[in-house]
Design a protein. Structure first.
Length: 63
């Protein structure tokens, strides 16, 4: 979501719902830690966000 979409979501559903949605979106399903938005993989267990596969040496996302 863009920043404007985030603001619309917060206005419609509230801050708590937004934070819960973001936590779910950025929590690694393998290790349960929060993932960074800057990489395509979990920095803790190296799980790929898109494929769900584990792998070392993954690339940083383009922002």
């Amino acid at each position: 979501m863009s920043m404007l979409e985030n603001l619309v979501y917060i206005k419609e559903y509230g801050e708590t719902a937004f934070l819960q949605q973001q936590r779910k979106k950025y929590t690694c399903p393998d290790c349960g830690k929060l993932r960074t938005v800057h990489y395509d993989y979990c920095i803790y267990c190296k799980q790929d966000k898109r494929s769900g596969k584990s792998g070392a040496g993954m690339k940083k996302t383009k922002e």
